[in-house]
Structures are given as C-alpha cells and as structure tokens.
Design a binder for this molecule. Structure first.
Ligand code: ADP
Length: 170
C-alpha cells in the first residue's frame, strides 16, 4: 500500500517553516503532494506559477536525502478534502505554530473529518528556530527594507528581492 499525504497551502512565498514541515512530512508518507493554492481572493504577492516554481526548486534540493518519500508539487483549488481524495491521500498534513493556528485548524479539522472521514489530519511543528516564521510577516519585513534571509530559503530570498524591485519600478 502506498501512503499518500497532501500538504496544501498558499506558500506566498514558501518559508523555512514550510520547508521544515515538508521535510518532516515526507518522512511519514510514501508520497507527499504539495498543493499550491490558486486562491485569487487572497491576492498573493506571487502568482501561483511563481509559487509552484519556487516550491519545485526547493523540493528538487531534497532529492537524494535519505528517508524521504517521493514529493510532488501541484496547483490546487477548491476544497482541500476534494484535493486529498483526487490524489488518493489518507493524510492531510498541516503545520501548527500558535494558538491562533490551533483555533482555525481545530474547526477546519472537524469539518474536514465530517466531509472526508477517510482522511486523517496530521499536525506537525517545525523546529523551534522556524516556528515563528509566517509568509505574511516575511513580506512585511521585505517591503519595509528589513533583512529576511533568516526566514526563507536562498532561492526564495532571491525571488523576493526581484519581486520587490519589479513592484517598485511598476
Ligand atoms: P494557508 O493559506 O493554508 O494557511 P500557508 O502557506 O500560510 O497556507 O501555510 C500552509 C501550512 O503551513 C499551514 O498549515 C500553516 O499553519 C503551516 N505553516 C506555515 N508556516 C509555518 C511555520 N513557521 N511552522 C509550522 N507550520 C507552518
């Protein structure tokens, strides 16, 4: 039996927190499908193609790391439970940071479990050094001219720099 997990998110942009959860999650399943949310309502800084590309580069960097299942990166829209079913997933992976995450996830997990009882939500916490990182704050720091290299992988930091430049000159 192949155990499949899905890890859906906005990933705008992917951070070291996300990367940490991916590495841990990929140890628990045979195949981890990372779903990059196409959610126009959220008006992300990076288009979903850019987020897909960044995540693809990060995942490629994990190739050959022992103990990890296969990892795929795909776009997704709609209900997370439909996304999980479409990929034959029995595990829905989420990261937990704070009590705020908990309150939101608590409700989502309950409703998802009712809609898709065959899919188990699994929560992971990142390493302490990565727990406080949030994409939204990384973007705020970047916009305000702060240093964000400690919060995102190098490939993302470079994309962020280019994105800010293009936004400034727009
Ligand atoms: P969403 O729009 O689904 O919240 P995000 O890209 O913000 O998408 O996050 C995707 C998942 O990663 C969520 O489960 C979120 O809680 C988790 N996550 C984000 N940052 C961290 C972090 N620093 N540590 C642990 N989990 C995280």
């Amino acid at each position: 039996m192949t155990r499949v997990g899905v890890y859906p998110g906005t990933f705008d942009p992917p951070t070291l927190g996300h990367f940490d959860i991916i590495r841990r999650g990929a140890k628990l399943v045979d195949r981890l499908v990372i779903g990059i949310g196409i959610n126009p309502g959220k008006s992300p800084m990076f288009g979903f193609e850019e987020r897909l590309e960044m995540m693809g580069e990060l995942v490629a960097g994990l190739a050959g790391e022992p103990g990890l299942g296969e990892i795929a990166v795909v776009p997704f829209k709609g209900l997370v439970v439909d996304f999980a079913r479409a990929h034959g997933a029995s595990v829905l992976l989420r990261g937990l940071r704070s009590g705020t995450d908990f309150d939101y996830e608590f409700q989502m997990t309950g409703m998802n479990a009712t809609m898709a009882p065959e899919v188990e939500t699994v929560f992971l916490m990142a390493d302490l050094a990565h727990q406080a990182i949030a994409s939204s704050l990384v973007k705020d720091v970047a916009r305000l001219g702060g240093s964000y290299g400690a919060f995102v992988p190098a490939v993302v930091a470079e994309r962020l720099r280019l994105k800010l430049e293009s936004l400034k000159s727009a």
